[in-house]
Design a protein around this ligand. Structure first.
Ligand code: SAM
Length: 195
């Protein structure tokens, strides 16, 4: 395979690995066998998976990256291998607005990192992801944001206040919201008592 990275000749081609991951993540068996008490993390709009791989290495938890484009998945697997966490990182081509069609586990945490502004309906995608959080689970949004008095000019950038409001509408309790130099970080937690 001419475009296969060096040193991977004995490994299955990327599409095969991708299918393996899809089966693992979608299967109830994966939930029982691999997650246990250590719930996984969801990286929405994972692209080339650098964050997913790093999160896996730093937390020791499984990390699922989803993206509507699978163009970055080969790089994601490569980075996971480089960091020694290829057994923890999976990628699925899927739209964040429609997670309920997948049989996914509940996640300990989820993140939209520079991806919420790309969503067709950011509030719908955020609510869909919030529903997949375990009680006490945390959603972190990091994105380019608008200043309160700045016009959107046709793109879907939001203010941190708007992102906090979306989190509240989705049943999350905002726990942090800061913005500096056009980049915002907003975190929210799913209450413990929601089933
Ligand atoms: C600007 S990139 C950010 C990538 C990465 N998180 C990072 O920090 O480098 C946004 C990504 O969101 C993905 N995306 C856009 N709409 C999406 C959707 N509805 N569901 C899942 N991913 C989506 C795009 O394909 C793209 O890879």
């Amino acid at each position: 395979m001419p475009d296969e990275p060096a040193g991977r000749a004995n490994e299955p081609p990327w599409p095969a690995r991708y299918e393996t991951w899809r089966r693992r993540w979608e299967g109830a068996g994966f939930r029982r066998a691999r997650l246990g008490g250590e719930r996984a993390i969801l990286d929405v709009g994972c692209s080339e998976g650098r964050l997913a791989a790093r999160l896996a290495r730093e937390t020791g938890r499984p990390v699922l990256g989803i993206d509507t484009s699978d163009l970055g998945f080969a790089r994601a697997f490569e980075e996971a291998s480089r960091l020694g966490v290829e057994h923890l990182v999976g990628c699925l081509r899927h739209d964040a607005h429609h997670l309920s069609s997948l049989r996914l586990p509940r996640f300990a945490a989820a993140t939209f990192t520079y991806s919420l502004h790309c969503m067709r309906e950011p509030s719908q995608a955020l609510a869909e992801v919030a529903r997949r959080l375990a009680p006490g689970g945390v959603l972190l949004v990091v994105d380019w944001v608008l200043r309160p008095d700045e016009a959107a000019q046709g793109c879907r950038r939001l203010t941190t206040g708007q992102i906090e409001a979306m989190m509240e509408d989705a049943g999350l309790t905002p726990i942090q919201g800061v913005s500096r130099e056009g980049v915002g970080l907003v975190a929210g937690r799913r209450p413990q008592d929601l089933s």
